[in-house]
Each structure stands twice: as structure tokens, then as C-alpha cells.
Ligand binder design. Structure first.
Ligand code: NAD
Ligand code: IPM
Ligand code: MN
Length: 368
């Protein structure tokens, strides 16, 4: 039996609810596949502000450094929105974690199961078999991190706010390689999304992606401007295989991708950094959605994004591919058998509305 060490950071809002639910499933998978998980639970975000006065305590960073992977819930919420920007959960914990651990590659698989097409806002006749799109989002560069950043008041009393969009060629190259490599394991089609008709960043992005493509001659590469990509995703999502884009565009497009697959509560993510000699990554695994303050505390959040994030962790950081596949199959089974949290419930025949825990228990029970 193998032992892996993970740091568990549940965070705020629905974070602790969906994290608890994912633990039921991880425990079932660990048992079925004889995996020993050494879980170190630590504070992050608003929960850490409340308990310790800062969103990313040193103990939390230390624990992550000693782990093989981080399983993350979500952070933020109205309670902490009026703190100074850099002390808030998002800018004070989530972004620093991504940056500190060099987690530049964010994989967000947007899958609409055939049994869930009726929950998608996309016209169902356009997606008879659902769809499966992988969004590869650059996560440690672009306008999120570029310097200078800040604000100042001019002599005339007017206020200027500045965010700077910066990409180095080397940063574009490495995320492009991740995306091409992913495309090679799928349908071998890659769409690079940019705004090369306006932004210098995007001109360099497009040039660089075209250069990297020479190393992947089997992959069919295309380019879309981000506004058109947003439109095409709604019009015909099953036309896409893999998308690669920068930090801000990827943030926006991945929420869109989540909703057209049925709900934001379905979209997991893997944020990957360096790779070791065994091909495993150090990574942080988190739902693509947030702390959902509007439904927090009610036991109704969809735990699937968190559960599938745990599956991605087993695959990319722990090398437990069989356990990961078993979790994914169990999720599909629960959906196919009609179980729906409120976000997915449409009232169609055969659907049964369940809460967070009931959904997780059904998934855990389906693991074999
Ligand atoms: P959100 O993603 O939290 O919620 C958007 C909508 O999606 C809400 O209606 C919510 O109820 C729904 N939703 C999200 N996850 C769901 C789930 N698992 N099941 C059912 N419904 C779900 O976005 P927001 O409201 O803009 O942000 C709320 C807070 O979360 C903010 O503080 C934001 O900064 C933070 N946030 C954190 C992360 C993160 O920690 N990774 C990601 C996004 C947003
Ligand atoms: C996400 C979130 C974060 C982002 C926020 C909370 C900083 O929206 O993970 O998609 O913008 O990256
Ligand atoms: Mn987002």
C-alpha cells in the first residue's frame, strides 16, 4: 500500500461542505485501491483570517511544501470583501499559492454528459452526444500578475488604476506545450484563443503557439479571437477539443464552458507546476467555481467539481490512475442514475433531487 501526503484546504462558503463530501469519496477510493492518504488539514482564506488574522498562514504554506499535492475548496465571500485588497482571501491566499508553487498550467475539463444535455442552456439538438472540451488556462502570468499594478491619485484629483498585462515568450511556450501534449492524448485539435487584433501580448502569444506547433505536426491548430471564441462555445461546443489561452480569458471562458455543460458545480480543475522524474506534477486541485455564498450552509451545493478535482489529483500528482478513473466512472454512474443536486435538477422523469452529502454517498458507494 502506498502512502501519499496531501494538504487539505477547505476554505470558505461551500468549500467545507464540498470538501467533506469529497473526503467520503476519496476514502472509498483509497479503500478500494489500497491507497494510504496522509491528510493534513490546514486553514486558508477567510477561515484563516478569522482564526489567525491572515489568509495564508505560514503553517499552511509549510504543510503544502511537505505534501505531494494540495486539495483546495474555495475562498472568499462578502464577510471579507471590505478588507484591503491584498488581505482578502483571493488576492491574499489563492493567487499567492498559485504563484508560490509555480502552478502555471490550469486544466479545466468541461464535459457535458449525454445524460445531462437537457440541463445545458445550449440548444439540445446541437449537442445530441454532449461534449468534452479541455480548457488549458495559463495561471501565473498575464494581467493577474503583471507589474506595475496599483492606483494613484493625480494632481487633478483623478484616480488612475493600473493592471499590466505581461507575457514572456517562455511562459507562452510552456503552456502551449502542455496544451499540445494534452491534445495528443485526445482528438488532436487545438484552438488557441487570443486578442491578436488588439493586444501585443496576443501577437506574441499567437507567434509562439505557431512555433511550438512545429513540434506537434499531428495536432491541427486553429486560432480564434476571444470574443468569437465566447460566441462559438455557445453556438457549437462540440466543435472544440482543446482550448489554450491566457489567464484572464481562460478564467472567463471556463465559467462559460462550465455552465454550458450543465452547471459550474460540475467543473473541476488541476493547477500544475513542475513535473518529477516519474511524470507526476506538484499540483493544486480545486473546483473552477467559487465559494457560492448564495447557497452556502444549506447542504445543497454540487460536490462533483470537488470530487472530480480529487480524481485529477490522484491522476496527475499521485499516479493513482485506477482510483481516479473509478471516481470518474462513479460520478457518471450517479448522474446516469438520475441523482441531481439543485443546480442540475430540471424535474425531468427519472431525476431525483439530492443534497451534497447524499450525492457524495452515492458516488462513494458506486466505487469499485
Ligand atoms: P461562484 O462561483 O461562487 O458562484 C457563481 C454561481 O454559481 C452562484 O450562483 C453559485 O451558487 C453557483 N455555484 C458555484 N458552485 C456551485 C456548486 N458547487 N453547486 C451549485 N452551485 C454552484 O462565483 P461568485 O458568486 O462570483 O463568487 C463568490 C466568491 O467566491 C467570491 O468571493 C469569489 O472571489 C470567490 N471565488 C473563489 C474561487 C476559488 O476559491 N477558487 C473561484 C471563484 C470565485
Ligand atoms: C478561478 C477564480 C479565481 C481566478 C479568483 C477567485 C481569483 O475565479 O479560479 O477561476 O480568477 O482565477
Ligand atoms: Mn473564475
Amino acid at each position: 500500500s502506498k502512502t501519499h501526503r496531501i494538504t487539505v484546504l477547505a476554505g470558505d462558503g461551500i468549500g467545507p461542505e464540498v470538501m467533506d463530501a469529497s473526503m467520503l469519496v476519496l476514502d472509498a477510493a483509497s479503500k478500494a485501491f489500497s491507497i494510504t492518504l496522509d491528510k493534513d488539514v490546514q486553514l486558508v482564506g477567510g477561515a484563516a483570517i478569522d482564526a489567525k488574522g491572515c489568509p495564508l498562514p505560514q503553517e499552511t504554506i509549510d504543510s503544502c511544501e511537505q505534501s505531494d499535492a494540495i486539495l483546495f475548496g474555495s475562498v472568499g465571500g462578502p464577510k471579507w470583501e471590505n478588507l484591503p485588497p491584498d488581505e482578502q482571501p483571493e488576492r491574499g491566499a489563492l493567487l499567492p499559492l498559485r504563484s508560490h508553487f509555480g502552478l502555471f498550467a490550469n486544466l479545466r475539463p468541461g464535459v457535458c454528459l449525454p445524460s445531462l444535455t437537457h440541463a445545458s442552456p445550449v440548444k439540445n439538438e446541437l449537442i445530441p452526444n454532449g461534449f468534452d472540451v479541455l480548457c488549458v488556462r495559463e495561471l501565473t502570468g498575464g494581467i493577474y500578475f503583471g507589474q506595475p499594478k496599483g492606483r494613484h491619485t493625480g494632481e487633478d484629483g483623478d484616480i488612475t488604476a493600473i493592471d499590466t498585462m505581461v507575457y514572456k515568450k517562455s511562459e507562452i511556450e510552456r503552456i502551449a506545450r502542455i496544451a499540445f501534449t494534452a491534445a495528443m492524448t485526445r482528438d488532436k485539435r487545438l484552438t488557441s484563443v487570443d486578442k491578436a487584433n488588439v493586444l501585443q501580448n496576443s501577437i506574441l502569444w499567437r507567434e509562439t503557439v505557431i512555433e511550438v506547433a512545429k513540434d506537434f505536426p499531428e495536432v491541427e491548430l486553429s486560432h480564434l479571437y476571444v470574443d468569437n471564441a465566447a460566441m462559438q462555445l455557445v453556438k457549437q461546443p462540440d466543435a472544440f477539443d482543446v482550448l489554450v489561452t491566457g489567464n484572464l480569458f481562460g478564467d472567463i471562458l471556463s465559467d462559460e464552458m462550465a455552465m454550458i455543460s450543465g452547471s459550474l458545480g460540475m467543473l473541476p480543475s488541476a493547477s500544475l507546476g513542475s513535473q518529477n522524474d516519474n511524470g507526476l506534477y506538484f499540483g493544486m486541485y480545486e473546483p473552477s467555481g467559487g465559494s457560492a455564498p448564495d447557497i452556502a450552509g444549506q447542504g445543497i451545493a454540487n460536490p462533483i467539481a470537488q470530487i472530480l478535482s480529487a480524481a485529477m489529483m490522484l491522476r496527475y500528482s499521485l499516479g493513482e490512475n485506477d482510483a481516479a478513473s473509478a471516481i470518474e466512472a462513479a460520478v457518471n454512474h450517479a448522474i446516469d442514475s438520475g441523482l441531481r443536486t439543485g443546480d442540475l435538477f430540471t424535474g425531468k422523469d427519472g431525476e431525483k433531487k439530492v443534497g451534497t452529502v447524499e450525492m457524495a454517498e452515492a458516488i462513494a458507494a458506486a466505487i469499485s
